[in-house]
Design a protein around this ligand. Structure first.
Ligand code: T5A
Length: 212
């Protein structure tokens, strides 16, 4: 990416990994280094994307086909990229996004069993060559994350899945991190918050240094 363009940073992890808790810290670290930051999330981030999010997360008596779920994720993403993310990056703003396409590989791929090759086709179609510059993967045992998430709010449609679904999600995330270790940095999110935040500061600090 050219020097005058913004950088694209994503935060990923299973349920209750602490993304919301730590996003503000990451934003502060980037801003302290002098970068304008746009904070956004997926699914969602635009008015239409937020409507799609409501459809995706809401409980449905008649369920939802895995393919529908996948296409809705990319529908929201196309809107988000075209209307918000790409214009911001082109204007030199750094974009900090709560989840992105790694979540699709993890949840719709690992969790629902859709072949990664099919996700890849949509990724290329919707994103072209755009990929995050840095991804922080907040990793923790499934039971710990679900217990934390359960303390916070009633389970949405994804959080209502069985434990094996989340084991598969976690395994796929870790697989991505292994294959793309330059971009994806794993943070041990099972630790107490000060230790998690110290790891995040190290990762973000190293990334900022590499951008100078
Ligand atoms: N999805 C998304 C897909 O299936 N495919 C896709 O392509 C995309 C983009 C919504 C859902 O969409 C799915 C995945 C998701 O199921 P979401 O709302 O971003 O995505 O996801 P959630 O995981 O539901 O987000 P949560 O808000 O539940 O979890 P967070 O943000 O990771 O966790 P957070 O910060 O709210 O923390 C949970 C609790 O733990 C405490 C916090 O205080 C809070 O109470 N906590 C800690 N406690 C102890 N020690 C620590 N270190 C702690 N850190 C946080």
């Amino acid at each position: 990416m050219s020097k005058n363009k913004g950088r694209f940073i994503t935060v990923e992890g299973g349920e209750g990994a602490g993304k919301s808790t730590n996003l503000e810290l990451i934003k502060e670290l980037l801003e302290a280094a002098g970068h304008p930051v746009l904070f956004t999330r997926e699914p969602g981030g635009t008015p239409l994307g937020e409507e799609i999010r409501t459809l995706l997360l809401g409980h449905r008596d008649d369920g939802m086909a895995a393919e529908t779920e996948l296409l809705l994720m990319f529908g929201a993403r196309a809107e988000h990229l075209n209307r918000k993310i790409i214009p911001a990056l082109n204007a030199g703003t750094w974009v900090l996004c709560d989840r992105f396409t790694d979540a699709t590989y993890a949840y719709q791929g690992g969790g629902r069993g859709i072949a990664p090759e099919r996700i890849q086709i949509l990724e290329q179609w919707v994103q072209h060559d755009l990929r995050p510059d840095l991804t922080l993967l907040l990793d923790l045992p499934v039971e710990v994350g679900l217990e934390r998430a359960g303390r916070r709010s009633a389970p949405d449609r994804f959080e209502s899945e069985a434990s094996q679904f989340f084991q598969n999600v976690r395994a796929r995330y870790l697989d991505i991190a292994k294959k793309e270790s330059t971009r994806v940095k794993v943070v041990d999110a099972s630790m107490p918050l000060p230790q998690v935040q110290s790891q995040i500061k190290t990762v973000v600090g190293a990334f900022l240094s590499s951008c100078r």
